[in-house]
Ligand binder design. Structure first.
Ligand code: ZN
Ligand code: MN
Length: 128
């Protein structure tokens, strides 16, 4: 019974993340999950986000800032973060393999993954 409750909590957290492309914080996820699981705690949400990240079901995005954001899209892709509004957008750029090949060629490295983020102003914020 206890295990069933745990996996139900994790399912709802995963569903919330899969249904948004806003790359939310843990607090936002918590507010959404509470609508379906009213007695869940913020600590439980954090713990499950960690477990889902470790399992490769979701991605944690750090952006070197105060708090992490989470991404329900688990396959590697690039992001653009707006310096003005703080929103994080997906970038679909077909250059991942090429960049990893270049890194291999640059030093004979065995490349397993890479991260790349872009910063600037989004279209909504750029026109002032
Ligand atoms: Zn913006
Ligand atoms: Mn993303």
């Amino acid at each position: 019974m206890k295990n069933r409750r745990k996996s139900r909590q994790r399912e709802v957290i995963l569903k919330v993340l899969r249904n948004t492309d806003s790359h939310p914080t843990a607090d936002w996820v918590y507010e959404q999950v509470k609508k379906e699981v009213p007695n869940i705690s913020l600590g439980t949400v954090y713990r499950n986000l960690r477990l889902l990240t470790e399992a490769g079901e979701i991605m944690e995005l750090e952006f070197g800032s105060t708090y992490s954001r989470f991404d329900g899209r688990a396959e590697n892709h690039y992001h653009f973060r707006c310096d003005v509004c703080g929103r994080v957008f997906d970038l679909d750029m077909p250059v991942m393999e090429e960049l990893e090949d270049r890194a291999r060629q640059a030093g004979g490295f065995e490349v397993s993954r890479h991260r790349l983020e872009f910063y600037g102003r989004c279209p909504d914020c750029a026109g002032d």
